[in-house]
Each structure stands twice: as structure tokens, then as C-alpha cells.
Design a protein around this ligand. Structure first.
Ligand SMILES: *Cc1c(COP(=O)(O)O)cnc(C)c1O
Length: 421
């Protein structure tokens, strides 16, 4: 890969200014790695746990011990991690169906949940598909305030007036929305206020993209069920597939009943040789997340200096691994994605093209050159073809490779700008 002089100078300037930030991020990795390794030591991880199981998978020690380790690392009473959870959406579905019963209200207090959950809830899609709504579960929503914070007055009023609220739902990451990501401290305040009025409701957190970006996870501040995907942060780039749920013993038990069967829960399920990659993934995750955070900081600096709107800025706090850049034109967005793709280890020779993705109103362009299909702890980007042509991107298994992707995207974007000027 050949980068132009101005791009290389900009990278050097960025890294000089980011040096202090990178030291802080290394400390984050030290602390979270220590938490993971303490749990490994306490649970006596050894080679015998990396074996496989088939059939019912009863008594798979590797699986059971990994669940206990996850609970400890997350600051939860219990947890389960399964490669049979096909995605984050599936894990969230298992959690919500596990807790909610006909007549209950699911109350989202951080605005609209992630797109793929709309059909699960029944606010999109066809009636009769088996959404929560089809099962008589109602949905309410309160958006975040203009300052990006919880609207506590409205939330508290609704909680005291609606006895049927069973789940208070929070999405930690901004996902693909134009809002700020929530910190664990903000979620802590929410949990306190919710429980003060309604100690019986479950606080459920969509933790996708948030894991290991802080030194505590939402379970540690009282969330009842915290859910995420293994092909994002906590799989450390090693997990081939899967998801996790962690939280209070009862909430995790109910989710386990929904995963398999009532009465069986998490005690069955063959691991088919995947245990080792899940242990290894958890071991790597705190480190890998920091590689992705450094990559995002570099991008924020570089694209801001090139004159683009970015969120968050390079020196702002980060509570997830997502970075946005407003590329200002369709051609800019495509050039950006082309650069990311060229700077990837897999499929670097491919040019991403906008396409009509099912379920989306605008065309979408995506760059993904990872080892695991759809993995977004690996450097990946996408954006809807509509103003302001925002590229959402995240990941980078190593800073060295993430840096190549970012510089390549910057170079392609500059070339495109040169053409149109
Ligand atoms: C990725 C993500 C999900 C789940 O998406 P999958 O593609 O099904 O894994 C849910 N919520 C948020 C905020 C996400 O970023």
C-alpha cells in the first residue's frame, strides 16, 4: 500500500496528538485483561475445558465453566454464551421472549431500538409472524432528550402510572442512530431510579458494541439482563459466531428456558468444538477492543482535519467502538468504503457497490474484509446513500491493520474530492 506524503504527515501528526489518549486506552486494556485473567485463574481454566461435546451436550464442563467466567467478568450472577445464538438480534430475542408475558409492556427508554428489533417487537413487519405484539405484549417508548440524556421525569411518571411495564429496555450504543452513546454511569443512574419506583421490573440492556470500552459492564451496576453479539467486541475476533446473555440468576434462567426448553435451560447444548475459540476470544477481547478504539480515534482525528464532521471527536470519551464520518456525497461515501475495503486483510481486491438491501428504504454501501462473515469487531463500514452520506464504521483487529484501512479510506476520499473540484 502506497500512501501520499500529505496522508503520511497527517497520520504522524495524529499519532503525536493521540499519544496521551493511547496510553489511557492501554490502561483500559490492562484493567479489563486483568479482570478476565482473574476469572480464568479462579475457575481453574485448563486444557481439559477446550474439549468438545455432541448430542445433548450434558455435562460439558468447558461450556459450563465458560458461563461462570462470563458472569464474573460481566459482574453478573449468571450468564450463558452460545455459538447457537446466530446473532445479536437472536440473543436479544431470546432475552425479551424469556422475560415478557401476554399483557406485559416492553418500555424502551432510550428511543427506538436497533432496526432488526422492530420486527421482533412488532412495530414493523407483518402481523402473524410471531412478534412480541402477536403474543399480546405491548410496546412503549421514550426518546432520549435533546442533550442525549434520559428523560427521567417522563420515565418515572410512566413507570408509576403503568403497572404492566415488565421490561425497561436500554440500548447502550448509538448503533446507527444520530444520538450519543450511553455510558455505564448513565445506565447506573437509570437502574437506581427505575428500581426506586418499581423494584420488580427487569432492566434489559442491548450491550452491542459497548463491551470492554469501560472498566465495568451494565450488569455490575444492577441491570438484570445484558445482551450482545460475539462477532462484535466480546468475541475478540476469535469467536466464529454466537451471542451472550448475562444478568441476575432468575433473568438468565428464564432466558435459558427460552433458548432451549422450559426445565432444560442452559444445561444442554453441544458445543461442537467451539469452546476453545470462545475462551480465546474472551481472553483477547479487552485487547482487541482497544485496538478498535485506537483505530477509531485515529480516524476521528484524520477525517476531522480533512474537513469532515465526525462523531465522536478524537478527544471525546468513547463508550462504544462506532465512529461516524459525514462524507458529504454519494461518491465520497463510496470512495471511503472502497478505501476501507482495500485496506482489509480479506477481499481487498473487491470494490463495494451500493445496493438495495432488503428492509432499507435507501441503498446501502458496505465494506467488509474480515475473516468472519459479518464480523464488526473487524474493520468494517457501511452507510445509507442519503444526505449527509454518513459512513458508520468500527473495528480493527490490530491497530496496525486498522491504521492501514483508515489511511486508505482517507486517501480514496481525497482523490475523489480532487476529481470533483
Ligand atoms: C449489531 C447490533 C445489534 C444486533 O445485530 P446483529 O446483526 O443481529 O448481531 C443490536 N443492537 C445494536 C445496537 C447493534 O449494534
Amino acid at each position: 500500500m502506497q500512501f501520499s506524503e500529505p496522508i503520511l504527515r497527517l497520520a504522524a501528526e495524529a499519532e503525536k496528538n493521540l499519544a496521551g489518549r493511547f496510553v489511557e486506552l492501554d490502561r483500559l486494556s490492562f484493567e479489563n485483561t486483568a479482570r478476565v485473567m482473574d476469572a480464568f485463574r479462579e475457575h481453574r481454566v485448563s486444557d481439559s475445558l477446550f474439549g468438545t461435546s455432541s448430542g445433548y451436550g450434558i455435562g460439558d464442563r468447558g461450556r459450563d465453566v465458560l458461563d461462570e467466567i462470563w458472569a464474573d467478568v460481566m459482574g453478573a450472577e449468571a450468564a450463558f454464551v452460545r455459538t447457537s445464538l446466530v446473532s445479536g438480534t437472536h440473543a436479544l430475542t431470546v432475552g425479551l421472549f424469556g422475560l415478557l408475558r401476554p399483557g406485559d409492556i416492553l418500555y424502551s427508554v432510550a428511543g427506538k431500538p436497533y432496526d432488526t428489533l422492530e420486527e421482533v417487537i412488532g412495530i414493523a413487519g407483518d402481523p402473524g409472524n410471531g412478534s412480541l405484539k402477536d403474543f399480546g405484549i405491548f410496546y412503549r417508548q421514550t426518546d432520549l432528550g435533546a442533550d442525549g440524556r434520559f428523560r427521567f421525569a417522563e420515565i418515572e411518571k410512566n413507570l408509576s402510572e403503568e403497572p404492566c411495564v415488565k421490561v425497561v429496555f436500554v440500548q447502550r450504543s448509538k448503533g446507527y442512530l444520530n444520538r450519543k452513546t450511553l455510558s455505564v454511569a448513565q445506565i447506573e443512574e437509570l437502574v437506581k431510579r427505575v428500581k426506586a419506583i418499581r423494584p420488580d421490573v427487569y432492566v434489559v440492556v442491548d450491550n452491542c458494541y459497548g463491551e470492554f470500552t469501560e472498566t465495568r459492564e451494565p450488569c455490575a451496576v444492577g441491570a438484570d439482563l445484558v445482551i450482545g453479539s460475539l462477532i462484535k467486541n466480546p468475541g475478540g475476533g476469535m469467536a466464529e459466531s454466537g451471542g451472550y446473555l448475562a444478568g441476575s440468576r432468575r433473568a438468565v434462567e428464564l432466558a435459558g428456558y427460552r433458548l432451549t426448553s422450559v426445565g432444560i435451560g442452559t444445561e444442554q447444548g453441544a458445543t461442537l468444538g467451539q469452546n476453545k475459540s470462545l475462551y480465546k476470544g474472551l481472553f483477547y477481547a479487552p485487547h482487541t477492543v482497544v485496538q478498535a478504539l485506537k483505530t477509531a480515534c485515529l480516524a476521528a482525528y484524520v477525517f476531522e482535519k480533512l474537513g469532515y464532521e465526525v462523531e465522536p471527536k478524537w478527544n471525546e470519551p468513547r463508550y462504544d467502538i462506532i465512529q461516524t464520518v459525514q462524507t458529504a456525497s454519494k461518491e465520497g461515501l463510496c470512495a471511503f468504503c472502497k478505501g476501507i475495503q482495500e485496506g482489509s486483510p480479506v477481499d481487498a481486491f473487491v470494490t463495494p457497490e451500493p445496493w438495495d438491501m432488503p428492509g432499507y428504504t435507501d441503498q446501502v454501501v458496505m465494506a467488509a474484509g474480515g475473516f468472519t462473515q459479518g464480523s464488526s469487531i473487524e474493520l468494517s463500514a457501511d452507510g445509507p446513500i442519503r444526505p449527509p452520506y454518513t459512513a458508520f464504521f468500527q473495528g480493527g483487529l490490530t491497530y496496525a491493520s486498522g491504521r492501514i484501512g483508515i489511511l486508505s479510506a482517507a486517501q480514496r476520499l481525497l482523490e475523489e474530492r480532487g476529481k470533483s473540484e
